[in-house]
Ligand binder design. Structure first.
Ligand SMILES: Cc1ncc(COP(=O)(O)O)c(C=O)c1O
Length: 415
């Protein structure tokens, strides 16, 4: 039996019964804009400017250097780390905010290779986000000719985990396809062969339900500026399972990870626990902005967020089936919701100009080379009618062939 057509009225009804709908008003979203790119840069929480102003004017302006103590700047990385730890299913003391995701990847790879000194292979997928592969390449190069990054097709990964692999490094939700690995199963497989498991949670933290401790994960990293809504260039986070803490002698052994930074000892002594993964002076203003985003996310039920994220992305897929069939799009993301993160990707030979035309009409997604239109679904600030309106706009652009205009063909530096 053919499925009943979805109407805008159906979407409005879903919005009326949405238990997360009140969160939308907590974000500063421009009028007449549908933002489907929170997987690249999250929207700004309305509370962020006031908090940033407070940090700048009071804590920096008045408190000056005293604020390291009186305003708790010294413990900010740990404090926000603890909060992110709750979002990712870590135990207390296993998560720290620090540096960028790329730098944290380097740090976590160095931990893995220290813990498995007799093994030389970093195993990853060739479709991983490039920075993950670049960092692993750099690490292997630094360590000399015996270490090696082995980057394979996704379907070859499981079979390639053997007793030569030191660390399996995967991105939980693929940036280009939205496909999600089964974290517990792959981690178990890595452990069965004695390998360390390192997950990149850039497209997972704040987007899908995570249970790092339950899955027995060893190491993880993730972004602050995507689903955590921490602001452009927000500091990243890292996770080290407690059982590894004592084994970690940081490769980037900076004074912020020292047991007693203000003793100014000439030799490095790692701080106890996760604190040793800190490196240098953290960006306080950026940390303050990130904390606002994380606090907001902690107010929402993770189960409800995942439920709505799946409902939004499934609605997008259903509407694409219903309205875009004639225009040559291919669904790149899994149809099966359990295998999908919080994004949907469509490929199209004219993906770039199509996305530019869509953005010009107030629907912001992004383009990933060579031919992918990527749409992120952020359950805290998106409505079901936004999904409807976005797909209708895409359909109208294809129908009118507006994307063929010369102005949409011009490439930009950031896509
Ligand atoms: C999977 C993944 N890892 C890492 C990054 C970025 O790392 P960084 O914040 O160091 O630029 C991204 C950025 O989109 C990403 O998608």
């Amino acid at each position: 039996m053919p499925r009943a057509k979805i109407t805008r009225g159906d979407c409005e009804a879903l919005d009326r019964s949405d238990r997360l709908s009140a969160f939308r008003d907590r974000f500063a979203l421009p009028e007449n804009l549908i933002y489907l790119d929170g997987n690249s840069l999250g929207a700004m929480p309305k509370a962020a400017p006031a908090r940033i102003a407070e940090v700048v004017e009071q804590e920096w302006g008045n408190g000056l250097v005293r604020s390291w103590n009186i305003h708790g700047w010294a413990g900010l990385q740990q404090r926000i780390g603890e909060k992110i730890g709750r979002l990712i299913g870590a135990r207390p003391g296993e998560t720290l905010v620090a540096d960028s995701t790329s730098v944290n990847l380097f740090k976590m790879l160095s931990v893995a290779l220290q813990v498995r000194p007799d093994r030389r292979i970093i195993l990853s997928e060739s479709s991983n986000f490039p920075t993950d592969l670049y960092i692993a390449e750099g690490m292997a190069h630094l360590l000399g000719k015996h270490h090696q990054l082995r980057a394979l097709a996704s379907d070859a990964i499981e079979g390639a985990i053997d007793e030569h692999v030191a660390v399996v490094m995967l991105t939980h939700v693929n940036y280009r396809t939205g496909r999600m690995w089964d974290m517990a199963r792959i981690t178990e497989r890595a452990h069965a062969h004695g390998a360390i498991m390192l997950w990149d949670l850039a497209h997972s933290a704040g987007a899908v339900k995570l249970a790092l401790h339950e899955a027995d994960v060893d190491l993880a990293v993730g972004c602050g500026y995507k689903y955590l809504n921490g602001g452009p260039g927000a500091p990243a986070f890292l996770f080290i399972a407690e059982r590894l803490h004592a084994l970690v002698s940081p490769a980037l052994s900076g004074w912020f990870g020292h047991a007693d930074p203000f003793a100014f000892e000439p030799g490095y002594r790692p701080a106890p626990g996760i604190a040793r993964a800190a490196v240098g002076t953290p960006p306080i203003i950026s940390l303050a902005a990130l904390e606002v985003g994380v606090d907001l996310m902690l107010e929402a039920s993770q189960d409800e967020m995942r439920r709505k994220s799946v409902a939004l992305s499934s609605l997008f897929i259903d509407l694409a089936d219903q309205l875009l069939g004639a225009f040559g799009f291919t669904l790149v993301s899994p149809r099966e919701a359990a295998q999908r993160g919080s994004q949907v990707c469509l490929s199209h030979p004219s993906a770039w100009p199509t996305m530019q035309a869509l953005i010009a009409h107030g629907v912001i997604g992004d383009f990933r080379a060579p031919d992918i239109l990527r749409f992120g679904f952020t359950p805290l600030y998106l409505r079901y009618v936004d999904v409807w309106d976005a797909v209708m706009m895409l359909s109208a652009i294809m129908e009118s062939r507006e994307w063929t205009h010369a102005k949409y063909q011009v490439k930009a530096a950031v896509t």
